[in-house]
Design a protein around this ligand. Structure first.
Ligand code: AMP
Length: 216
């Protein structure tokens, strides 16, 4: 059977990270989140992390050449062969074209792009309530995915914090960046006949049901 190679497309707060994690476990896919990789590079103080930090903190996109190079390296890893789910990449048409070239070379084309259509009201609510682990990066939400102990990560027991780029002003900027730079990918993938739309406003369980149907 052809491995699943999926891209999740949608604005910040659409639930891409949450659903990527569940789907990657269910279908045994490599979960590749460029945001997670960049945040861990920042934490480790690598040259890439140092270059990326100011872009991320201000809600801008990290330059294409840096992210594409990072992705090129990640796609060399063995686990990618069993199928993958890309969460937060590509985010520009340039990145999508670069990805297409890399995957053609590897004979591993993407077979499904899921667009999470999500209303602004839901996005703002999810991002303002989001809490992440300062140590392992696990995601929570004060109402939708509450940790067992308030302010403490269920996975590793360290403190939960709010992401710097989840403050209301930066969220507004990130939404504009999405509209201007990432939304054109909807047309890009429509033309390639791999785009399916799902309802990103749904809570986790009902959206998982919808995703199960789409994935057949
Ligand atoms: P995320 O965790 O996906 O919301 O990403 C957080 C931030 O990381 C974004 O606002 C960007 O600054 C940066 N980032 C993540 N993925 C990309 C990408 N594919 N291209 C450029 N910047 C990215």
């Amino acid at each position: 059977m052809t491995p699943l190679r999926i891209i999740l497309l949608g604005p910040p707060g659409a639930g891409k990270g949450t659903h990527a994690k569940i789907l990657s476990e269910r279908y045994e896919l490599a979960h590749i989140s460029t945001g997670d990789i960049l945040r861990s590079q920042i934490q480790e103080g690598t040259p890439l992390g140092k270059k990326a930090k100011s872009f991320i903190d201000s809600g801008k996109l990290v330059p294409d050449e840096l992210v594409v190079e990072m992705m090129r390296e990640r796609l060399e890893d063995r686990d990618v062969k069993k199928g993958f789910i890309l969460d937060g990449f590509p985010r520009t048409v340039e990145q999508a074209k670069a990805l297409e070239c890399m995957l053609v070379d590897k004979q591993m084309p993407v077979n499904l792009v899921l667009e999470f259509q999500t209303s602004e009201k839901v996005i703002v609510d999810r991002l303002s309530g989001r809490r992440v682990c300062s140590n392992c990066g696990a995601n929570f939400h004060i109402r939708n995915i509450p940790p067992k102990r308030e302010g403490i990560c269920d996975v590793c027991g360290k403190a939960l914090i709010q992401r710097k780029d989840d403050d209301p002003e930066t969220v507004r900027k990130r939404l504009k960046v999405y509209q201007d730079q990432t939304a054109p990918l909807i047309e890009f993938y429509k033309q390639r006949k791999v785009l399916r739309v799902v309802n990103g406003d749904l809570e986790i369980e009902p959206l998982q049901q919808e995703l199960k149907q789409v994935l057949g």
